[in-house]
Write a protein that binds this ligand. Structure first.
Ligand SMILES: [Zn+2]
Length: 376
């Protein structure tokens, strides 16, 4: 899953990899702690007092997330061994994601990186089961260790479902890739399989809702939709990457340089003269004859209309120094990855030290559309 890390909190580093948590995690941590402290634990140990129930519940919930982190670190370790850099590990409401800086280069490597995930969860299930056998109910951890063994086993089985974005999908991709010799065939099969897995979850959830299991049903439907989006996005991203590679930024960027506007231009005048008057949408902001920033319709539309006569282009522009830069000769794929990672609609393109113009997302979309119309 590509994208920015907006809103995620970095809690530390392992092997130099930033470990992040999404704020939604606190919600699920609370729900999990509450569920454990009010049903599982009091059923096992009715004599435990409230404080102990909640502390044991919290510790168990934290160990559950530590299990997910362990699973993701296993992916990261094997990815690195296969020459794939790991950008970050993020723990979400529905599990974790190890964001890789590329795809493994061979079906064997893809298989190893994917398979280590469920294998590590099975290993953890075994460890917790062993602890449960060893210590039993000493310290009232019997129910917790049993639950952790069970949940890690479920995690392994769920992740083995053969479709993107789950580990089973990547295993399926690597097998199809290995047999056909074509990675794209593997990606298409795993992507479609992921959509089928997602539909099955949604259907199963709906069936549960109609049969009175409201919470469990809605949960399945939600996970189904998330998986469906992820599977579709992953398949599309791979196909798009194929279309983007081999193309230079200069081939896609428009021939006409974006209009220059002075930094002191009032937004009201910008809207009347350039946007409404000439239908322009992207601008290079100049001060003392030099380009200093870029400005798009989106920047203007985020300012309340009442402030248009009060603010200047310089106030709302994105300064050039804050933007990543690409050269005319750079690969289009690199430019699009930079846009995605920084959530940008446009990117300044340089010809040496001179600003040659802006590469806009519209130009990229237009390029992809033209390419697909000519059937490449
Ligand atoms: Zn995994």
């Amino acid at each position: 899953m590509m994208g920015s890390n907006n809103g995620n909190i970095t809690i530390g580093h392992v092997w130099g990899i930033p470990i992040q948590i999404n704020p939604s995690l606190f919600v699920i941590l609370a729900i999990l702690t509450w569920t454990l402290a009010t049903s599982l634990l009091p059923e096992a140990y009715p004599e435990l007092n409230t404080t102990s129930l909640w502390l044991t519940g919290l510790l168990t919930a934290i160990l559950f997330f530590a299990s997910i982190l362990f699973h993701e670190l296993a992916h990261a370790l094997i990815a690195r061994r296969n020459g794939v850099p790991v950008v970050s590990i993020t723990l979400y409401i529905f599990g974790g994601i190890a964001q890789l800086g590329g795809k493994p280069k061979s079906p064997g490597a893809e298989f190893a990186v994917a398979a280590i995930g469920p294998a590590s969860s099975v290993l953890l299930a075994g460890v917790f089961w062993g602890l449960n056998q060893l210590f039993g109910d000493r310290g009232y951890f019997g129910a917790s260790t049993q639950w952790l063994a069970y949940i890690n086993l479920i995690l392994a089985i769920f992740n083995l479902a053969p479709g993107y974005p789950l580990d089973g999908g990547r295993i399926l991709e690597s097998i199809v890739w290995g047999i056909t010799g074509k990675q794209e065939t593997g990606v298409r099969v795993a992507g479609t399989a992921g959509q089928i897995v997602a539909y099955a979850l949604i259907a199963w959830g709906a069936w549960n809702v109609f049969n009175g299991n409201l919470v469990g049903g809605i949960w399945s439907v939600m996970i189904g939709f998330i998986l469906h989006n992820a599977a579709t996005a992953e398949k599309r991203a791979f196909i798009q990457q194929g279309q983007l590679s081999g193309t230079r930024v200069s081939q896609v960027m428009g021939n006409v340089r974006e209009p220059e506007i002075p930094a002191g231009l009032m937004l009201q005048d910008l809207v009347e003269q350039h946007i409404l008057g000439r239908g322009q949408g992207s601008f290079i902001v100049v001060a003392a004859g030099n380009p200093v920033g870029v400005l798009s319709l989106r920047d203007v539309s985020q300012v309340p209309r009442a402030d248009w006569p009060l603010m200047t282009a310089g106030d709302v522009m994105t300064p050039l120094v804050d933007l990543p830069r690409v050269e005319l000769n750079d690969e289009l794929l690199t430019a699009v990855q930079l846009m995605d990672a920084n959530q940008l609609l446009q990117l300044p393109v340089f010809d040496g030290s001179r600003l040659a113009g802006l590469l806009t997302r519209d130009e990229v979309i237009h390029h992809l559309r033209v390419r697909s119309e000519v059937g490449s």
